[in-house]
Ligand binder design. Sequence first.
Ligand code: ZN
Ligand code: ZN
Length: 336
Amino acid sequence: MPIGDITRDAVLKALHEHDELGREAFHAKYGYDLAKSHVLIHERREYDSAAIAGAAHQWSADPGAALSPHEYAKARDHAASQLIGAGFKVKVVKNPAWARDEIILACQLVMSNGWRGLEAHDPRVGDLSALLQLLPIHAEASRNDKFRNANGVARKTFDIATRHPEYTGKPTNGGALDVAVLHEFLARPAEMTQAADLIRQGLSSGSLQALPVADDEELDDYSAPEGRLLLRQHRVRERNPKLRQRKIDSVRAAGGQLCCEACGFDFEEVYGERGAGYIECHHVVPLHVAGERRTRLQDLALICANCHRVIHRKTPWSTPEELRIIVEQRRASGGR
Ligand SMILES: [Zn+2]
Ligand SMILES: [Zn+2]
């Protein structure tokens, strides 16, 4: 369940309960951890804003239930904007962790600098800091005034550089995602550089900021090493209804059947009238290649919803043809 609208009244109830129980008991009651990224300030006292919002949910939503610990962890950023909407003051104490897209841009800079970190006064660090502030991944309400400033960006370049396999000293901080992206750059430098260039171009032109956020983005983060923004672009392209119709028309005009290119599933055959004319499109050009170029009909493959999900599930994405071979082999061997 995503976090819903929170009323001012419900927040006041949660604050009251927090004061009665005390901070630790309040967090323990709902199973929320004590890490706080935002604080709600009320009558000169500070509260973990996500915990207050999570508890307030039970008095706001219909039917009311407090957020589960899992939902609470996912709702942190969003909780802040909800509380601000309900008229409360929220302060960001900790900026959000770096997303894959951001690390891709930083990694490209470190690579172009011979895998050495860069200092905060370096103009390239200033440029990257400005670019990261345009990135439409972290909500405004989750950022404080130090968000991706030159010092933070410079630190990140050292976190990446000191994780390089040839670096002999001790690594600075950095996390698992830094290491993962670094290794993707080392394994596929041309592709990852291309992806970084596309993200840069898209942010500078504003086209990536305009894309809608997919609801299952968190789940799919790791299925696109090129980052979330290029994946958003991919989805918008393959869901373009006009293009999809043109693709369907062209297949029909050529005498083809409207069925999945991978497994042969035909929606009309199975569901009759209700399934007639239904099929999804998958954009077969890899994220790091598609770029700003317009989608052509041959870039789209007709694919059933199941196969589409399976293709997107794991990188590198299999092609419809590769999936077709797998399906055929398994059918031939009786699924063993
Ligand atoms: Zn299929
Ligand atoms: Zn797709």
